[in-house]
Design a protein around this ligand. Structure first.
Ligand SMILES: [Zn+2]
Length: 167
């Protein structure tokens, strides 16, 4: 009687899941530069009217549009790398002084990645899941500009921010 195809709920669900897994999350982050203090920092807070640095100087601003989900994916990956290095480092007790200073550097890196992750979550207004899959397979989704000597990925937003200003 009817030539309407039965809806395949399973196929529908799979399609939805795939879309969900691949969905990007557009957002904005801002680089701020104080010409007096020569300080550079980023924020998730957009302020079209501009803002003052705590020294009383108006800061220069550069808004950057990005995929917040890609940034989360990168920073979660970096946190995994740092976690791995920290646990590996703790096994090298023989070179104690060296391992202590490396440990300090890694802890500082970890804190800066966590801060970045927190800012991205604030910019998104929600927790974003990283893209599923291996980091190598995600290359076209992530805007990686560099990899440092520890193997940490540097996304376009965090790559050479000073070049966004005339400094
Ligand atoms: Zn300042």
């Amino acid at each position: 009687m009817s030539d309407v195809k039965p809806i395949s709920l399973d196929g529908f669900r799979k399609k939805k899941e795939k879309e969900e897994a691949e969905r990007y999350f557009p957002g904005k982050m801002v680089w701020l530069y104080c010409p007096k203090c020569k300080s550079l920092e980023y924020t998730e807070i957009i302020s079209p009217a501009g803002r003052m640095h705590n020294c009383g100087t108006r800061v220069e601003e550069r808004e950057v549009e990005l995929d917040l989900r890609a940034e989360i994916t990168v920073t979660e990956y970096n946190l995994q790398v740092i976690g791995g290095l920290l646990s590996k480092n703790s096994r090298f007790k023989l070179v104690k002084i060296l391992s202590k200073s490396l440990d300090k550097a890694l802890v500082a890196l970890k804190a800066s990645e966590e801060t970045y992750r927190d800012r991205i979550v604030l910019a998104a207004g929600m927790n974003l899941p990283p893209y599923p899959g291996e980091i190598e397979e995600l290359a076209d989704k992530l805007s990686i500009r560099d990899t440092n000597r520890l193997g940490l990925l540097i996304s376009a937003f965090r790559f050479e921010p000073e070049k966004r200003f005339d400094i």
